[in-house]
Design a protein around this ligand. Structure first.
Ligand code: 0RQ
Length: 503
């Protein structure tokens, strides 16, 4: 027995990853830990991939259903996708191997609001969960589990799965103990009660995950870091987007709609989100809070320099340097960060009560403010909706951010009609590109179109968008949301045929 596995009964179930993987059968539905590249099991999925490959070589079919918190890493999604071992996957993903097979039609993928996954599982919408594989930092003498760098859906998988495999990762900082807040008060309707959280820093649960010890069939040790890529240095486009947003927040304070400390911030993943966080510091904001899903490097910086006082999330997503910084100053971060289950971090009730300001990236928006966060040209998924919808629909105000063009200008992020809708015009308050910001609040569709063309579209595409809108206004049957239906998706079609949206 070692310090990290301090429960004698569970220590007696210690085995190799290969032995644990041998307990997994074809067709099983497996709930795994992991959220934005943090806290995913690192040993068993790789051993399982080898087992699946061997089965395939013998001519046997072997694939499983995988449910997670959000994206994982090459050691989970990557190896299992490459092995042909995934028949169904939900929710958010970002691994290139997995994405390729989803878009190639080999893997069924369900993209679902991250805040909905736990309750869909509880309602039975996702079928039976055969097995949970959950990474933890340590097992206490009484069998409770110290969670690791993400909480995600771990409580749900541990509660609902028939059997459990625990991976104890020696690399995760032991000092994280006490940082988590696991709320056990959620229930099925009509038994639901209000969730007693009124401030991002409130602790309403307990710092440990519970598991029915009789269900634990294996304990496996690992010693490997979370693997997340580095962020690109902040470029001029991201800096300009951040600048417009910070200026807008200042404007809202002057108008009396926001206070000096704004409202709790939700910030998405990616380089632009990181740049916005840096922009808040440079813009002189102090004493802010975050009620978000993911703590990126930029958020650690803001906590370190006092811009953010308290951050609630469900996961980290840190670069290798961020991981080092986190471990170095863990005592500070344990005071300032609360990690919760994603059903709480993304809960509609809480996002609405706290009045969260959502700031997320997007693929494209259309003239009327509908937003596509997920699909290239309507058919190929990039990552998934993630939590963006949980915050867009329910928050105080929802901001979507994107460079005005993609692929070296061949694609306009502002198009006549989006090729896929994740966030409808009713859920989108503010659109920002490096060109400027369109404040869509209180505007009709035609007023929104003018704001988007004038403020967000790239100059190369602005005349094309204006021309489309003018002709739609003239020729459309309905003049409430004018469209030329035969032409509405022609920009995407042109890109597919010629490699550019430009006419
Ligand atoms: O691809 O690197 O191959 O060129 O999309 O785009 O500009 O680097 O921006 O990293 O912020 O990602 C929407 C994908 C933006 C992200 C999305 C291509 C572009 C590039 C990335 P390349 P950028 P970002 C909380 C919230 C949904 C989930 C979410 C996302 C790649 O923000 O996944 O919000 N959002 N979760 O070239 C074709 C376009 C494109 C395009 C960008 N119009 N057409 N390709 N790209 N626009 C976190 C969680 O929920 C977990």
């Amino acid at each position: 027995m070692n310090e990290r596995i301090a429960h004698a009964g569970l220590a007696s179930r210690l085995m190799s990853a290969e032995q644990a993987a041998a307990l997994i059968q074809p067709g099983m539905a497996v709930g795994m830990s992991g959220f934005t590249g943090a806290g995913y099991p690192k040993a068993v999925p790789q051993a399982l991939a080898a087992r699946i490959e061997a089965a395939h070589e013998r001519g046997e079919s072997f694939a499983i259903r995988i449910l997670t918190g959000a994206s994982t890493a090459p050691e989970l999604d990557g190896v299992l996708a490459r092995a042909g071992g995934i028949e169904f996957r939900l929710p958010y993903q970002s691994d290139p191997e997995l994405r390729g097979r989803i878009n190639g039609g080999q893997i069924e993928y369900m993209d679902v609001h991250l805040g909905h996954v736990a309750q869909h599982a509880l309602f039975g919408f996702l079928g039976r969960i055969d097995l949970a594989i959950v990474e933890v930092t340590a097992i206490l003498p009484d069998g409770r589990l110290v969670p690791s760098t993400s909480v995600g859906n771990n409580k749900t998988w541990l509660d609902l799965a028939d059997k459990v495999i625990i991976e104890v990762n020696h690399r995760q900082p032991r000092g994280m103990e006490g940082m988590h807040d696991i709320y056990y008060g959620t229930a099925k309707p009509p038994q639901r009660k209000p969730i007693p959280l009124t401030h991002p820093g409130d602790r309403i649960g307990e710092p440990y995950l519970k598991v029915d010890l009789d269900k634990v069939v294996a304990v496996v040790e690992s010693d490997a870091p979370d693997r997340i890529g580095r962020f690109a240095p902040i470029d001029d486009v991201s800096r300009a987007i951040a600048g417009h947003l910070v200026e807008f927040f200042r404007h809202e304070i002057r108008a009396g709609r926001l206070g000096e400390h704004l409202l709790p911030l939700q910030s998405g993943v990616g380089n632009i989100a990181n740049a916005v966080l840096a922009g808040l510091h440079d813009g002189g904001f102090r004493g802010l809070t975050a009620f978000t899903e993911v703590i990126q490097d930029g958020m650690l910086d803001l906590i370190g320099n006092g811009t953010i006082d308290m951050a609630s999330a469900t996961s980290f997503s840190l670069s290798p340097e961020g991981v080092e910084e986190f471990a170095r100053n863990i005592d500070l971060y344990r005071e300032k960060i609360v990690l919760r289950p994603q059903e709480i971090s993304n809960h509609a009730e809480l996002v609405r009560r706290l009045g969260v300001i959502g700031m997320n990236g997007m693929v494209e928006a259309d003239l009327y403010g509908n937003v596509n966060s997920t699909h290239v040209c309507g058919t190929s998924i990039i990552n998934g909706i993630g939590g963006s919808g949980d915050f867009a629909r329910n928050g105080f105000m929802s901001c979507f951010l994107s460079p005005s063009t993609a692929k070296n200008g061949a694609i306009s992020a502002f198009v006549p009609m989006v090729s896929h809708v994740d966030h409808t015009e009713h859920d989108v308050a503010v659109l920002v590109s490096e060109q400027g910001l369109a404040d869509l609040r209180g505007l009709s569709p035609k007023q929104r179109a003018r704001a988007i063309i004038d403020n967000c579209a790239h100059p190369d595409y602005r005349p094309m968008l204006q021309d489309y809108y003018d002709r739609a206004l003239r020729d459309s049957k309905g003049r409430h949301t004018p469209h030329l239906l035969a032409e509405a998706l022609s920009w995407h079609q042109r890109y597919l045929e010629t490699g550019t949206m430009k006419a």
